[in-house]
Design a protein around this ligand. Structure first.
Ligand SMILES: Nc1ncnc2c1ncn2[C@@H]1O[C@H](COP(=O)(O)OP(=O)(O)OP(=O)(O)O)[C@@H](O)[C@H]1O
Length: 207
């Protein structure tokens, strides 16, 4: 049973279509990397799959939900690292917010640290550990290696490999060479909507 089906999807940003005619199927054990230049719509597509914005046309079908680790990591500075993972486990109705999520990203020593005091890389590790706590089989990751040092990148590669081996799937945006194997790359340039244009370019501006 697929974990994600996109059918003839049109993705918009600010009511402007930016991607069109996009279809994709993601089965358990598969990782697909979204590629394309800055501004093509990688983040917007992941937000649409996560349900944070509606498709302009077409259909997103994620029968077991989708958990997103995005640029805006949605972590409250008032909670500690351990509390953050327990909170997200509770939101998703799992018991996965404990030891294994902490260990996967080497966060044990920071368990009691308020999230507000984390470095950028530590915060990113917490945002990625949150995906484990959700128990959701479909992980959406927006440039997950940003701010990660080589050791943390290995943790990410191991977490993804483990997730795929247990029937999960991953859709991630990445610039070349994410440092771990993906099954397919999807170049979003092929789906650029005809109407898409840079709103700051002046094209179509009144004379
Ligand atoms: N809040 C917004 N309102 C209107 N347009 C937006 C908004 N956020 C982004 N955009 C525009 O939507 C388009 C797609 O942006 P998006 O962030 O999805 O691209 P991306 O491929 O993820 O880029 P990058 O590689 O730089 O992260 C860009 O043209 C961008 O300027």
């Amino acid at each position: 049973m697929p974990l994600l089906i996109l059918e003839a999807l049109t993705v918009a940003r600010g009511s402007r279509p930016i991607l069109g005619g996009l279809s994709l199927r993601l089965d358990p054990g598969e990782a697909v990397a979204l590629r394309g230049p800055n501004g093509i719509g990688k983040t917007s597509l992941l937000r649409t799959v996560a349900g944070l914005q509606p498709p302009m046309a077409g259909r997103v079908h994620a029968p077991r939900g989708a958990a997103l680790a995005g640029h805006d990591d949605g972590i409250s500075g008032a909670l500690s690292v351990a509390e953050t993972l327990r909170f997200w486990a509770a939101v998703w109705g799992t018991h996965l917010g404990g030891g294994s999520a902490l260990e996967a990203y080497g966060l044990q020593a920071l368990a009691d640290c308020p999230a507000s005091r984390l470095s950028a890389g530590e915060r990113r590790r917490l945002a990625l550990a949150r995906l484990i706590a959700t128990g959701c089989p479909l992980w959406l990751m927006d440039e997950p290696t940003v701010s990660l040092d080589p050791v943390a990148q290995e943790m990410l590669a191991r977490a993804i490999a483990g997730h795929l081996a247990t029937g999960g799937a991953v859709l991630l945006s990445t610039h070349p060479d994410p440092g771990f194997p993906v099954d397919r790359c999807l170049d979003l340039a092929a789906f650029r909507a005809a109407e898409a244009q840079d709103p700051w370019s002046g094209a179509g501006a009144p004379a």
